[in-house]
Design a binder for this molecule. Structure first.
Ligand SMILES: [Zn+2]
Length: 496
């Protein structure tokens, strides 16, 4: 299977061919750490964590880097407002960010480089630009000269005249051209700064990403990611300065995820999430209402290039759809005694165990869905399509359990196949970082027999049209955190 990715730089879906065979370097622009992380900060990391897992599954050796911008005008302003040190605020916000990512299962990141720990590399890169005639010094500031980059605008498709209107000129009255941008900013009295050949100062935001990505991944690396709002000017400027410094292609594939929007009840529509609109919820707040797996599955249920619309309704819907998997895993476990999260044999290793047409068709169907999962992931990491394949697989297993009456009849061969299909489903989900662990505590055997006898009693009561008693039992089970649902002619249950 061949992987194709949509490259913002060429505006086409291209065959993915890494710079070095078998290896992939990915750089994703990370947060500026000045305010607690909101969900927009987690979207990119969840997507690229899933992308890394998929590439690793395809046997690539992947290095994933997410930077931490821990020196910036915004953090300096926040520090001044709170009357605290910039480094203190940055450390606090970074700790919250890293904790949130870990909770959300974003555990595949290899490096989180901090700007303040790479000042020497940033200074060296700025010096290289000056030496190449691509940057100039004015007072204590250093600016990149956009005319040094003849193809400036190639990523965003913007012309310099448009670019000028989009660039805010914060510190530089002394730029030669409005499209030039600061790579080093002199420090004002009381501001944090580092000694440099141009005086005390701090790096510009764009140059950090160039310095840290090339340091960790090489001068030319494979994938550069970020939100679509970073295409201009941030990524455009990263390209201009990196390629002017090295004379080489900077990043081969540019992958941009859609913006995060929040559905608000008042407006009835959706709006961009922003501080000024006051519609931001921190990740910690969201995690009070929704499980990490729900948030992760929600993000991956939309193709990464499309806008993501957050709302409680959408998250609740995702939680419900995950329940269908959890119910199935419990069902398989009860019917077969196998733990699908364990290291049982997946169905692809059990095709010699089929007994008749039903079994053979079942194995074939599961393998087809598994194949489909790979096909859609190979099509520009279509995680939404991949999750749809997981649902198809789950549906097939539920149907097979019905067909073989696995819950009431002894059928060892069918039990083995159902358990194997469950293992395959869990394994496949894990490629996206889903189903990494059982969502709830195990129920003891004693609980189980009590629950089952209550269900039998309830069904008997229903048969006798004693609905009051049936409801009483349902409430009793509910108090035990047991949820029941009637499927065709029998009742299935699971722990809430
Ligand atoms: Zn960046």
């Amino acid at each position: 299977m061949t992987l194709r990715v949509y490259n913002t730089l060429t505006r086409t879906k291209e065959l993915f061919e890494p710079v070095k065979p078998g290896k992939v370097g990915i750089y994703l622009c990370g947060p500026t750490v000045y305010k607690p992380s909101h969900i927009g900060h987690a979207v990119g990391p969840i997507i690229f964590d899933a992308i890394k897992r998929y590439l690793a599954y395809k046997d690539y050796k992947v290095t994933l880097v997410i930077n931490i911008t821990d020196v910036d005008d915004k953090i300096i302003a926040e520090a001044a407002e709170q009357g605290r040190e910039m480094s203190e605020i940055a450390a606090e916000v970074e700790a919250d960010y890293l904790k949130c990512l870990e909770t959300l299962g974003v555990t595949s990141v290899d490096h989180f480089p901090r700007a303040t720990e790479n000042i020497d590399k940033i200074i060296a890169l700025v010096q290289k630009l000056i030496d190449n005639g691509a940057a100039y010094v004015v007072g204590g500031d250093v600016y990149f000269d956009y005319t040094a980059s003849p193809d400036y605008g190639k990523l965003s498709g913007r012309r310099v005249e448009d670019a000028m209107h989009g660039s805010r000129n914060l510190s530089g009255e002394n730029k030669r051209h409005p499209a030039d941008f600061a790579v080093w900013k002199s420090a004002k009295e009381g501001e944090p700064g580092w000694d440099s050949p141009w005086g005390r100062g701090r790096p510009g935001w764009h140059i950090e990403c160039s310095a840290m990505s090339m340091d960790l991944l090489g001068e030319t690396f494979d994938i550069h990611g970020g939100g679509m709002d970073l295409i201009f000017p941030h990524h455009e400027n990263e390209i201009a300065q990196s390629e002017s410094a090295t004379g080489k292609t900077f990043a081969k594939y540019w992958l941009h995820n859609g913006l995060t929007r929040v559905k608000t009840k008042a407006a009835g529509g959706s709006e961009k999430m922003s501080k000024s609109l006051g519609n931001i919820r921190t990740i910690s707040e969201l995690l009070e209402d929704f499980s990490p797996e729900t948030i992760r599955a929600f993000v991956l249920s939309t193709h990464y290039r499309r806008p993501l619309e957050f709302s409680d309704e959408q998250l609740s819907a995702t939680a419900k759809s995950l329940e269908t998997f959890y119910r199935l895993f419990d069902r398989i476990e009860r019917a077969t005694g196998a733990d699908v999260y364990g290291d049982g044999k997946p169905i692809e290793k059990l095709s010699d165990q089929t007994d008749g047409d039903t079994d053979a068709a079942f194995v074939e169907e599961i393998l087809q869905h598994r194949l489909r999962f790979g096909e859609v992931m190979d099509d520009d990491f279509n995680t939404a399509g991949a999750i749809a394949s997981l649902h198809e697989m789950a549906g097939a297993i539920n149907r097979y359990i019905e067909q073989t009456q696995l819950e009431t009849r002894d059928n060892e061969a069918a039990k083995t196949l159902a358990a194997g299909a469950g293992v395959t489903l869990v394994n496949t989900g894990q490629i996206l970082g889903l189903f990494m662990a059982k969502p709830q505590a195990k129920i003891t055997k004693a609980d189980e027999s009590q629950i089952e006898s209550l269900i039998d009693e309830r069904n008997a009561a229903r048969k006798d049209k004693n609905f009051a008693r049936a409801d009483e039992i349902r409430n009793q089970l509910s108090n035990m955190e047991i949820e029941i649902s009637d499927v065709q002619d029998h009742t299935i249950w699971r722990k809430k």
